[in-house]
Design a protein around this ligand. Sequence first.
Ligand SMILES: Nc1ncnc2c1ncn2[C@@H]1O[C@H](COP(=O)(O)OP(=O)(O)OP(=O)(O)O)[C@@H](O)[C@H]1O
Length: 620
Amino acid sequence: MIANKISPKESEESPSENYSSESHTNGKDEKIHLQADDQLHRYVQLSWEDVNYYASAEGKRMHILKSVSGHANPGEFLAIMGASGSGKTSLLNILANRVRSGNKAEMTGSIFANGKDAKEFNISKYAAYVTQDDVLLPVLTPRDCLEFYAKLRRPGTDNERLAKVEEILNDLNIARIADNLIGNTMIKGISGGEKKRVCIGIELMSDPCIIMLDEPTSGLDSYNAGVVVDLLLKQAAKGRTIISTIHQPSSNVFKKFDKLLLLAEGNVVYHGPCDKSRKYFAELGYKCPKQVNPADYYMRILHITNRHEITEEEQGKLDLFVESYKENHVKDTETKYELTQLHEIESYHPNYWVEFFELLRRSVKTSAKNRFALKLRLMMSLLIGILIALIFNDLGNGEKAIQNINGVLYMLAIWPIMNGNGSVIMNYYMERAVFLKEHDEGLYGAWSYFLSKNIIDLPWTFVAAILTNVIVYFSLGLNLHDGSKFMIFYCIYVMALQCGMGFGYITGFLFSTVEAAHAFSTIVLFPLQAFGGENVKINSIPISWRWITYITPFKWVFQGYTVNEYTDWEKDCDTECDPLEDLGWSDQQWQGIVGLIVLSTCVRLIAFFILKLQTRNRRS
Ligand SMILES: Nc1ncnc2c1ncn2[C@@H]1O[C@H](COP(=O)(O)OP(=O)(O)OP(=O)(O)O)[C@@H](O)[C@H]1O
């Protein structure tokens, strides 16, 4: 075999943009050439030199990767193996350009793609990354997922996109289950191996030259692990470069890998053909018995019980492996594929409206397919309506009626705000991981996502509101002076739901766990209820605290309801009572409504600002 090392300088000097020199092969004609006019169809050899990675945690600086060098060829499957904590994922993330040097982490070294320094262009345009967790929406089908990605990642006509979806479904052997729900622990769906194939399919949608995968077989039985590896080998056979971290492969799976990179405590201890690894370790005095899985054997000999207190024996073994590798390793970058100079390519980006429309379409699908959530929401609205109607069954007359009506109206102010807030938090956390992944990948922007969420919320708020409103309003006989009274009441209720949802978005976007979001929204909304005008009269709130009445949605909703109810009120009242004056506000209907609109708008703008800030921080 011919060992060679090609510097980026050499490649730049290459006259025909062909970076591979004649010395690569016995003759140029043996190379597999690029398909004509297909810019995406590049064969990419990734190599990395002297990569060091340091990270700080709890005041300690750790040297995670120690002068790691290596390469991955097009048409080959490179498996990165090593004990837990050896640095496999760190290396993969660095190669995928997912690690930035900063306060807590520092990375040195160079990465080249076909000889060109990856700092000079964005390697992620050529590479796809499949995370260890399957980040998918459980209520969609594999076809839904692929079609969504096809729309946002692929140029061309709809027919061409659909043809690509079919091609990938067939390639990955998931056409048979393409219309089944993906599922999760609550919803019965496709198997773990099939989910992993959907994740790979999603990445194939952008025709990547390199596919990087973080432990794609973890959690799968040996049969399914074999299926996933076979499918990846099929992709390698098309000239793609496959780099994958692998945890405990079976012997059957192990022998399928073309190349192996073994890490121990951040050091490379073997990098070369997988089938030659047995011989290599045998020569060092560590002969893997015939009937033993080499992957298990290597893990055993490389195992370190406690990396903070390495024993002498462990250190001796580690030194032997590291030094032997340094002395004996011969770099073999020969490949049968034509390697051309890479340059920055423009990824396909549809305009905002396409992003928005596709997100909206997906939200409609997820809402329609999530029948349980839909039924639950409707049942809740119905039950709350019936409960309030039963509790306030007899409103009475005079001052008693005022007290009861205030009570029922205040409950109808609290419920939609709390309900809107809670439902948004629950919904957002169900899809948060998917949103963040897709946004990080640049599939769509925060604006398209936020707008689509706000639009999809609308029909639900109208339906949920009408159920509760009709039951309560008519069974209790609230003000029916004319038809507009009910409509105003209904609109205020819908706006209250919308405002509550806005609060839900703020807390959802602020916190990374659903528990923290619920706790925070309770801490904020609960005290705000006290300033709504029913518990403590506005006039008796100290002046220095009165500003809170402007930012509490409960007050604006309650004011809107009460003005609507008590103007043209037809209940008997013995005393000279004026319920509105008593509450501390005028009979101007517009005040409550305008207050609510302004507050809802501010809340949504704040939510969007937080989302934008969070997503921008993540991307950078
Ligand atoms: N940003 C970071 N901050 C602190 N420690 C880190 C960071 N990145 C990696 N590490 C530490 O570096 C070591 C290697 O991590 P890495 O995830 O790369 O290992 P791994 O071989 O993939 O392990 P596993 O197989 O368990 O996933 C671990 O001890 C990990 O805790």
